[in-house]
Every structure is written in C-alpha cells, then in structure tokens.
Write a protein that binds this ligand. Sequence first.
Ligand code: ADP
Ligand code: MG
Length: 321
Amino acid sequence: MDKLLEVNELTKQYSQGNVIARVILTAADHVSFYIKPAEIFTLAGESGCGKTTTAKIVLGFEEATSGTIVHNGKPQTRKEKVWITEGVQAIFQDPFSTFNPLRTVDSYFHETVQNFKLARTKQEAIDHIDKKLRLVGLSYQEFAGKYPNEFSGGQLQRISIARALVTDPKLIIADEPVSMVDASLRMSIVNLFKKLRDELGVSILYITHDLATAYYVSDRIAIMFRGNIIEMGSVEQVLMNPRHPYSKLLRDSIPQADPKLRWTSTVTLSELEQEEYLRRGCKFAGRCPEVMDICKGVVPADLSVDGVLVKCHKYSDTQKG
Ligand SMILES: Nc1ncnc2c1ncn2[C@@H]1O[C@H](COP(=O)(O)OP(=O)(O)O)[C@@H](O)[C@H]1O
Ligand SMILES: [Mg+2]
C-alpha cells in the first residue's frame, strides 16, 4: 500500500442565497488526489476555492455530496470518521480558537493522553507530552499551568502542532497553519513540517494560499480554482514551469519582497466568486488571458501533460497527438 490517503471524486455542494434566489454552488467538484507516506502534499489556491471544504470532509467534519475518502486502504464511513482516529490529526489557522481561553493548554494534552490510553501514570504522561513539545522547540516545564493568552501566536501554533503529535499520527491535515503567524516565524513552522516528514515519516496535507511556503515544503502540489483541481504534479513542475494559465498567473503574482501583496490581495475579486463558481465551461474563462471559444461552454478534461495533470483546453491537442 503506497497511498496513505486517497480522495476520489470528492464533491460537495452548498446551497447559498435565500428562498427567492437560491443557488447551488459546487465548492468541491470531483476533487481527486492521494498522499503517500512521508510526503507533504499541498492544496493551494486563493481564498474561496474550496480548500477548507475539502479538508473538512477528509476530517469527517462535513459530509460529502458524493465521492470517497480512503485512509490506509479503508474507506471512510459515516460512523468511522478519519479525524477521530489516532492516525490523523488536524491543525487550523487560528491557534487561539483551537484552545479555550479558560483552560490551561496542558489540560488538552493530558486529555488526549487519557482518551487514547497513552500512559499509565501521571509521570509517564508528562514524559510523553514533553517529548512532543521538544519536537517543536518547547518543553513541559515552560508550558504547564499556562493559559492560551500567555503564549504568542507563533508559540501557540507550535503547541497545537505538538498536541497533534501526541497520538503519533501518520497524517496531519494543516489548514492555513501559518496565515496568522508573523511572516518572520512562518518558515520556522513549515520547517517543522519538513522535520516531521523526514524524521518521523509523517505525511502532511498542507493547505495554503501562500505559494512561497508551498514551494518551500511541498513534494507534490495541487492548485485549486473554484472547486476544481486545475493543475497537479511535483512542486518543481507546477510552480517552476506552470502549464495552466491560472497557475501562471498565481506564480507571477507573488511579489517577492512585500508579503502584504501576496496573491490573495492582488487576484481576489470576491464579487466574482459566485459568478465564477456558476460558470458553465472552464471556471477561469472570465479571467484567462489565453481564453478560447470552447472554454466558455465546455468544461475541460483532466489532461496529463508531461506527467502533470492540467485541466485546460489549451492542451487537448497535446494529449491526442
Ligand atoms: N457552509 C457553507 N454554506 C454555503 N457555502 C459555503 C459553505 N462553506 C463554504 N462555502 C462556499 O464554498 C466556497 C469554498 O469555500 P472554502 O472551502 O472555505 O474555500 P477556501 O478554504 O479555499 O477559502 C466559497 O464560495 C464559500 O462561500
Ligand atoms: Mg479556507
């Protein structure tokens, strides 16, 4: 078994609007990807493209409209959600909302140790927790008895990573884990992901709108646009030599120096969001610099171009020939 997680044709539809003007929006549209053991796989794309929807379904927080999730060769069923197993853990964007401000952070760790019966005595529990904290550069002593607001955002995000590690998971799902962390600390967090992959063999589903960190940590990457994976392959191929016009636009819109101008602020036009989701052909046709007539009416197929998946009409001849 060389696939730890398989997501097959995952589709999630939401109904938006009111009784008079209701629209069905397909936030994840036949999304398929897999993650191998000890691999960092990234789902990247601007805000509102369906990344969190995909993560929530993989974690079992929401139910798919259709499609299947296979974890360790076993299909996820309604009863047996992936997220409650010790093998899969999650990290979210805002560490301050992960922890109740009125509870000490160590209580969360002890609770997990108890729930999963990971220690027989209090001392064993402390040793186990301390080991995990040391992996993220902290220690039990520094954190015991403290409340969330006694830590900085960066420290608390490290703590939530350590907490995810308590059960020795094989897969961590991290949804925008660095977007609320100071730019100066971002690399130290993503470096931790590399360390977990290399030293513990952990796989990571890294979800981000930040291509700079994505390039730095990912083995493979999928670029999403309005519910679809529009390009997927090795990070070198997709980010250094993007084929889809949208991937090219994203790549070119990362201003190197000023983090404030990262692509979400330069590309996102949120009024467009629903309109794009509801497009009949290629969802990117309205903004694509290389648009052709066919793009406006026909959804492009998933083509394989030099081993990279590309959902674009531009390449349909390549594949035939
Ligand atoms: N519970 C919901 N009800 C209706 N629409 C939703 C719901 N959750 C997400 N959406 C819509 O689905 C789309 C994708 O959202 P999301 O998965 O959160 O994107 P991302 O994480 O990439 O920013 C957005 O247009 C969003 O408005
Ligand atoms: Mg999101």
